[in-house]
Design a protein around this ligand. Structure first.
Ligand code: ADP
Ligand code: ZN
Ligand code: ZN
Length: 688
């Protein structure tokens, strides 16, 4: 081999590699990370292939100028290239997701005894004490140790020191599997892909842990994907409690050094279990035997950057390529997963605890955000969780005289009042301005506030209740560790109320919570999205799953202006089978996933016309390149976002591979069109 095929890591769509380079003096292979001269720039690049010869004239070939010590495992290079095609992205963008993190090992001076002192060697008491404490870090004794080193008694040298991520320690609990858990584990042992559909509190985590132990025993590694780590610290601590240092944690809140060390431990095989959010699907675990996706319904598994990958799908692909078992677990499966994967069922909670009764409260015509029964129940319960999926104080401000609605100047959406900050803010781009005291349109002082968000409910609850209120939403959980600390304080408090957005409905296990409340349960139903029903069902069922997990039992109240909506009725009955059956029927009738695949192309520009023209060009090209099993909808305009006009085309198909290829080609062609220079494209396969 004399040629390395290298993909330079640029973000532009207008360039497609790989390009040929001569081999550098250092050994390289597929996955080596290099620096290459590229035109007048120097770029990072990844070796994607080695070859014996090149079509490029020999005098035009150059060598990489540097090779990094850490490389990408070859199977992850393959996975990234697959991902680039599957998500209509570029190899460069997909490869940047699997790169080793930047960093280097931290070392410190370490001292060890090398020989016993001979009878004639006289030592002071201090020196004897020093020898006694070895081996250990040199620390402040380095000068004294160096002197002992000179006498041949000690060796002092650098030694790698692992930076250990902070986690909540939890003791491991040895439990005996229930009959349902044992049966599920048998199913997992057979290999292949499985949906673990277990009601909240049915002990799914214990099944993951046992499956994990099995895999390790066979000498094979494991990846465990969880929704955001900060919101699911309990799952992580259970893995650490059982498997100790074999577990490496990979998440974005780690310090750079910690992330580097955890990645290295996996790459070197010192750690065999990677636990983390969606990006952990790219963990460098060799000999993969098992991939677990916990809370598979969670929206955080979809990546919003480019490539817009879905970690659940990438996990399945990676497992397939590695011959590993896939285990996706949840109490509220997505219709897609339910339809695609054979199911292992945990129908009951451990200890046969009943699921909490759910009461739906009709809020049509109510004048206050809290129903009287909700107020009474909250006053009577020591520990409760309240979900309201909207942050801020009120939804929007409007002028009572002229009807003006305060909108974001960059996005065509209403600004939300954040009273404590004295600001109205855009939840899309973060734009903020001061709360107006009068209308700048007509001068009126009558500015009305509509709707209630978590900030306002917090104020009301603090006034009405004697217990401490913990608010968990993007405004209070913004900085590192904040969410984890808040959840830990709520857990430790003998009495308290946890209030927040969907963050409070994640897989928390607080056995002393006896009341769950959902406010404005139909808010998610009002989204113009075919997944609105699924989201609403999952949110209510998950919140209900947080209540009554202990011996004291519990109950759930659901406030809604749509008490008859099927998603809400089914959630109140804890009937996920019924919900899924109805939802799949509806999806089949409307030809929505899983009965068809969707691809969304968004063209954006500062001006509307080029964006529209670009979306139209893509729609036309896809339409003419595909057959009757593919339908192209649009172009349609979207609301302006971050100062950019947006137009979209949606491809609906039952011929996924052909439609993905046609869309990828159409976008690539449009991106190269000089007339559309001002336009950026974003392609979303399986949009959420
Ligand atoms: P899920 O993830 O299905 O909601 P968890 O895994 O959080 O459920 O389990 C709920 C609780 O039951 C946890 O406190 C767990 O330690 C406990 N548990 C799990 N399996 C068993 C078992 N076989 N026997 C006793 N307790 C169990
Ligand atoms: Zn006005
Ligand atoms: Zn905005």
């Amino acid at each position: 081999m004399t040629i390395a095929r290298i993909q330079p890591l640029t973000t532009t769509r207008r360039l497609s590699g790989p390009f040929d380079y001569l081999l550098p003096p250092e050994p390289v292979g597929v996955g080596s990370v290099v620096t290459v001269p590229f035109g007048r720039q120097r770029l990072d690049g990844v070796v994607v292939d080695l070859a014996g010869a090149s079509d490029v004239a020999p005098e035009k070939l150059v060598r990489p100028t540097a090779v990094r010590a850490d490389s990408v495992p070859a199977d992850l290079v393959e996975l990234a290239l697959w991902m680039a095609a599957e998500y209509c992205s570029t190899p460069a963008r997909a490869l940047s997701l699997v790169l080793p993190p930047r960093g280097r090992e931290r070392t410190r001076l370490w001292a060890e005894r090398t020989a016993e002192p001979l009878d004639g060697q006289r030592l002071t008491d201090n020196q004897r004490a020093l020898l006694e404490r070895l081996p250990g870090p040199a620390g402040p004794d380095v000068a004294a140790l160096r002197r002992l080193e000179g006498r041949g008694l000690v060796a002092v040298g650098p030694r790698a020191q692992r930076r250990i991520p902070r986690t909540n320690a939890a003791p491991d609990r040895a439990v005996e599997l229930t009959a349902e858990q044992a049966a599920a584990l048998e199913g997992v042992r057979a290999g292949g892909e499985h949906l673990l559909h277990g009601v909240t509190g049915s002990g799914k985590t214990e099944v993951y842990l046992r499956a994990c132990a099995d895999s390790l025993e066979r000498g094979r590694g494991v990846i465990v994907l969880v929704p955001e780590i900060a919101l699911t610290p309990q799952t992580v601590s259970r893995f650490q409690a059982r498997f100790g240092d074999t577990v490496a944690l990979l998440h974005s809140a780690l310090g750079e050094g910690e992330r580097y060390d955890e990645w290295r431990r996996l790459r070197a095989g010192e750690a065999r279990i990677a636990v983390g959010p969606r990006s952990a699907v790219f963990a460098p675990v060799a000999d993969l035997g098992l991939v677990v996706v916990d809370e598979e319904h969670d929206a955080s598994f979809k990546h919003e950057g480019d490539p817009r990958y879905d970690a659940r799908l990438v996990a399945a692909e990676r497992a397939r390529r590695a011959g590993a078992t896939l285990l996706a677990g949840t109490a509220t499966p997505r219709p897609e997963t339910f339809h695609a994967l054979p199911r292992l069922r945990l129908a009951g909670r451990v200890d046969s605890r009943p699921l909490p009764p759910v009461r739906v409260l009709d809020m049509r015509g109510a004048g206050h955000p809290l129903h009287p029964l909700t107020r009474r129940a909250l006053a009577a319960s020591a520990k409760s969780i309240v979900l309201l999926n909207r942050r801020g104080w009120s939804n929007f401000l409007t002028c009572r005289s002229c009807g003006k609605v305060w909108e974001c100047p960059h996005c065509a959406v209403a600004l939300v009042l954040h009273r404590a900050e004295g600001a109205i803010a855009c939840h899309h781009c973060g734009h903020r301005e001061r709360v107006p005291d009068r209308c700048d349109g007509c001068g009126s002082l009558a500015v009305a506030r509509y709707g209630a968000g978590t900030e306002r409910i917090e104020a009301e609850l603090r006034e009405a209740l004697d217990v401490p209120v913990f608010r968990l939403d993007a405004d209070t959980a913004g900085f590192k560790d904040a969410a984890g600390d808040l959840l830990a304080r709520f857990q430790a408090a003998p009495a308290g109320l946890l209030l927040g957005t969907q963050m409070v409905a994640k897989g928390h296990d607080f056995p002393d919570v006896t009341l769950g409340v959902v406010l404005d349960a139909d808010s998610t139903l009002r989204f113009p999205d075919f997944r609105a029903e699924e989201r609403t069902f999952a949110l209510i069922a998950q919140l209900a799953g947080r209540a009554g997990r202990g011996p004291a039992g519990g109950r759930v109240l659901v406030q809604t202006a749509a008490p008859d909506a099927p998603a809400i009725e089914a959630a109140a009955r804890h009937d996920s089978d019924g919900f899924l059956a109805g939802e799949l029927e509806r999806r089949r009738a409307l030809r929505y996933p899983p009965f068809a695949d969707l691809i969304r192309v968004v063209a954006s520009a500062e001006a509307a016309e080029p964006a529209r023209a670009a979306a139209a060009a893509v729609a036309r090209a896809v339409g003419s390149a595909t057959g009757e099993r593919t339908e192209v909808l649009g172009p349609a305009s979207l609301f302006r976002l971050r100062g950019r006009e947006r137009w979209q085309a949606v491809v609906k198909t039952t011929e996924r591979a052909a439609a993905v290829a046609a869309t990828g080609a159409a976008v690539e062609h449009a991106a190269r069109d000089r007339a559309l220079r001002a336009v950026s494209f974003s392609v979303d396969v399986d949009p959420q």
